[in-house]
Design a protein. Structure first.
Length: 117
């Protein structure tokens, strides 16, 4: 059984996490991939030419994978917002766990009957 101080500390932590969520800007799901293509140089069979880098954002829309090509500037911004989404998910996970612990500690559960031996 948790003490009132422990429950209060969990509630304070929850409030701090909620404040962090309030500061969250744009959030985006998916991944950014940097791709380069190596081709044989025209007229030089032993040498290769590197083309790129190209940036691709891959995400799910209605259960289907979608890939969008991005500029370098877009890729940097999108990656920032993808990282913000990961941070938001981490905060929400901790808030869910705290919520469960607070509720279990501050509400009375079912009284269990003793087994007859």
């Amino acid at each position: 059984m948790k003490t009132k101080k422990e429950i209060q500390a969990m509630k304070e932590r929850y409030t701090k996490l909620a404040a962090q969520l309030h500061k969250t800007g744009l959030i985006l799901q998916g991944t950014i991939t940097e791709r380069t293509i190596k081709k044989k140089a025209f007229g030089f069979p032993c040498s290769t030419k590197t083309i790129g880098p190209y940036y691709q954002w891959t995400f799910k829309r209605n259960g289907k994978t979608v890939t969008v090509n991005l500029s370098k500037t877009q890729a940097k911004r999108f990656q920032k917002d993808i990282n913000a989404n990961k941070n938001t998910e981490s905060i929400l996970k901790e808030m869910r766990e705290l919520s469960r612990e607070i509720l279990e500690a501050s509400t009375k559960g079912v009284v269990r009957r003793k087994k007859n031996v």
